[in-house]
Design a protein around this ligand. Structure first.
Ligand SMILES: C[S@@+](CC[C@H](N)C(=O)[O-])C[C@H]1O[C@@H](n2cnc3c(N)ncnc32)[C@H](O)[C@@H]1O
Length: 480
């Protein structure tokens, strides 16, 4: 129902002093905002409104730049092209954590935000990026990308010629069946190509500059085709704001065709055959926990476990199936994403054996677990604390600290289990890092063991999933 004028409230408190809307620069300029110069000082643009800009610069020594209140010329440039020049005043200058945060207010004119956004995009789109010759991908890698592109293009061409013209005669199920048949026909060669991509990129992966150049080349060739599949697009664009959200994980678990056309469904299914490791990872972690329980009580028993970065928690179904009916599980699910926990709770409620599970959801970051707070009492004395697909994002020092913390939580005789993508040719380094810009620590066996290197009394082992794409670090605490 429409409100009457007398009921339209306006703003209260401080908010009654109207300020033009302020936008985050990285969002409105699609990750590449213009550079800001004020007189001879250079800044990164943080946020912008029609009336001014918020900027930041790395603090060099104790030079804070000209003081707040100074007037001067403000310029916005992208790749050397001037997008704005006008008089402005520095209205704020704050130094903290090695940076200076500065606010500018335009004096005579205003930013035409729509024009700036359009022009910035147009300059970026026109700009060809020259790569230093020693960073050019090898001929072998370029040939490989050409082979992969021709392989995908061949299927798409045949789909376009033979299938697209009859698509509107088919039901959704029929389109799915065609896409499944095509993906099955393509699978062996596709998986061989992934293995070849893994081998070629493993050679340069630890060289950051080369990695950037190889990724850029892949993005301009193979990724351009694969992004037609919804799963590839979600992995690449990361609409949740971070990689590996529960919807992506569910794509991998469900292995269903997605998309409107057979071409989209086909590309999506190629992504699914590359993602099968999420299933083997989930099955392996369930088996490792079930084995732990079986060793401790042939006739069931009560166990408390925690999954950190739990996502959709699909392993719980397998865990119930693999353990005796009189085994009871108290499970803590830790995830920073409430929607992931919602999904997990809903699907657990539909399990036939759900009475054997007592679930507690903790919508926190794993970082909270590192703190010495009473809230962490729920993890103390757990049988098993496990984490699949989270430590892959943590640098070696943080990963080591995290594993040690989990180890301190589990009871004597308990276990910490960590699943992490490996760096083998059988793994997924090429499709994840190079095709979809999904950056992870792809760890070898030694790097897995290093996560437990400061836990001297533990029994440490590394096991693999059946596809040999994932390593599991198993850290067992001696029984009292
Ligand atoms: C790649 S998914 C893996 C999910 C699940 N373990 C699986 O194997 O299906 C990673 C999960 O970690 C969660 N996550 C990311 N950062 C986190 C953080 N700082 N603390 C807790 N969870 C986090 C994400 O929300 C996501 O659900």
């Amino acid at each position: 129902m429409s409100k009457s004028y007398e009921n339209l409230p306006g703003a209260a408190g401080k908010a009654r002093f109207f300020r033009p809307s302020r936008y985050e620069a990285s969002a409105v300029f699609a990750g590449s905002p213009p550079r800001v110069t004020f007189e001879d000082e250079i800044f990164d643009l943080e946020n912008i409104s029609a009336a001014g800009a918020g900027c930041v610069a790395r603090l060099r020594g104790d030079d804070l730049g000209v003081p707040a209140g100074s007037s001067g010329v403000l310029r916005l440039t992208q790749h050397g092209r001037e997008l704005f020049l006008g008089a402005a005043r520095k209205v704020r200058r704050l130094a903290s954590h090695g940076a200076v945060n500065v606010g500018f207010e335009l004096e005579a004119n205003r930013f035409d935000l729509n024009w700036l956004i359009r022009e910035n995009a147009s300059v970026l789109a026109r700009e060809g990026r020259a790569v230093a010759p020693d960073l050019e991908p090898s001929i072998a890698y370029k040939t490989f990308c050409a082979d992969a592109t021709a392989f995908l293009g061949g299927y798409l061409l045949r789909i376009q010629k033979h299938v697209a013209p009859i698509e509107d005669r088919c039901t959704a199920d029929e389109l799915n069946d065609i896409a499944r048949d095509l993906a099955a026909a393509a699978e062996t060669e596709w998986l061989d190509l992934i293995g070849r991509g893994n081998e070629l990129t493993a050679e340069i992966h630890n060289d950051k500059q080369k990695r950037i150049a190889y990724k850029s080349y892949t993005e301009r060739t193979v990724s351009q085709i694969l992004l037609g599949g919804p799963g590839w697009a979600r992995c690449y664009y990361k609409p949740a704001g971070y990689p590996g959200d529960y919807k992506i994980m569910n794509y991998g678990y469900d292995q269903r065709p997605e998309g409107d056309t057979v071409a989209q469904k086909f590309l999506h299914l190629l992504g699914m055959s590359a993602s099968r490791f999420v299933i083997t990872r989930m099955e392996t972690v369930a088996s490792l926990i079930a084995d732990y329980a079986k060793r401790r009580g042939e006739d069931g028993g009560d166990f408390t476990v925690t999954s950190v970065g739990a996502g959709p928690a699909r392993e719980l179904k397998d865990l119930l199936e693999e353990t005796a009916e009189n085994t009871q599980w108290r499970v803590n699910l830790v995830d920073q994403e409430p929607a992931a926990l919602d999904f997990a709770f809903d699907s657990i409620a539909r399990l036939s054996d759900r009475d054997r599970l007592t679930i507690r959801g903790l919508n926190i970051s794993f970082r909270e677990m590192l703190r010495p707070t009473a809230d962490n009492g729920v993890f103390v004395g757990n049988d098993v604390i496990y984490s699949s697909g989270l430590v892959d994002y943590l640098n070696p020092l943080l990963a080591q600290r995290f594993v040690k913390r989990l180890y301190d939580f589990v009871k004597p005789g308990g276990q910490v289990i960590i699943g992490n993508v490996n760096n083998l040719a059988t793994g997924r380094i090429w499709p994840l890092e190079y095709v979809t810009d999904w950056s992870l620590y792809f760890r070898n066996e030694e790097e897995m063991r290093a996560m437990a290197s400061d836990i001297p009394d533990a029994k440490v082992s590394v096991v693999s999933d059946p596809l040999e794409a994932i390593y599991f670090l198993v850290v067992e605490k001696p029984a009292d």
